[in-house]
Design a protein around this ligand. Sequence first.
Ligand SMILES: O=C(O)[C@H](O)[C@@H](O)[C@H](O)[C@H](O)COP(=O)(O)O
Length: 292
Amino acid sequence: MEIGLVGLGKMGGNMRERIRRAGHTVVGYDRDPKLADVGSLKELVEALPAPRAVWIMVPAGEATDATVRELSDLLDAGDLVIDGGNSRWTEDVKHAELLKTKDISFVDAGVSGGVWGLQNGYALMVGGEDADIARVQPVFDALKPEGDSGFVHAGGVGAGHFSKMVHNGIEYGIMQSYAEGWELLESAPNVTNVREIFRSWQEGTVIRSWLLDLLVRALDDDEHLSGIRGYADDSGEGRWTVEAGIDLAVPTPAITASLYARFSSRQEDSPQMKAVAALRNQFGGHAVQKES
Ligand SMILES: O=C(O)[C@H](O)[C@@H](O)[C@H](O)[C@H](O)COP(=O)(O)O
């Protein structure tokens, strides 16, 4: 089939390649002309046969919103837009409603796999109408990993990104758990080979996983991670997972703690702990450490 792909960065560029390798035609647009097949979104739309399918793979938030709006002006009734970025699921509902006013369909696709996707395939969690999803199934099949899993039609519009959001919340929790275990082992007075403990866990254990494999890979590069600062960013999915837990009254203590650990990682010193230290000093006369 033929598909338009908007956004040819780390994810989109590799996805274009994987779709092409499966024998499909991709017309790619990116603001960077060195990456693009066409010079504008208008040219991309003109290059595709109707009814068109256009996959958006740009950063979530303003960039995705602006692309959906521009496409809603350029596309015709019967065309289809797929958002494969890490958009918040509530944005999908807005975008589907906007496009529906012009009889343009919308599918949301949570995409997992990162920079390894070209080689291993991308896990896809999609939301939308059966008929719309069926139209792009050949492209989903090209992108997904080989084998029976790695693709799910999760529900109506927004369900794909909701699933991807929960996937990322779980990702936060698992990573934090490995990280805490790693620090604990590194701190133990009698343990001498933490990296090899993690390597041994890759086979046979209850906690073997791809994230564990990647941690071993990182420890092979830098055994004590001494070249990396203990600072972790977040791009929104963890926060949205915690917020969804609050909205639905579902307790998510592990995921929430892992999100808060990232916030703490960004502070040189802890303002709130100054208050705790000051209070201990006030009520109990406990010593405080003074700023130098
Ligand atoms: O499944 C994946 O392929 C990853 O989760 C991917 O989506 C990305 O690496 C995250 O967006 C990072 O998210 P944070 O910046 O929030 O850690």
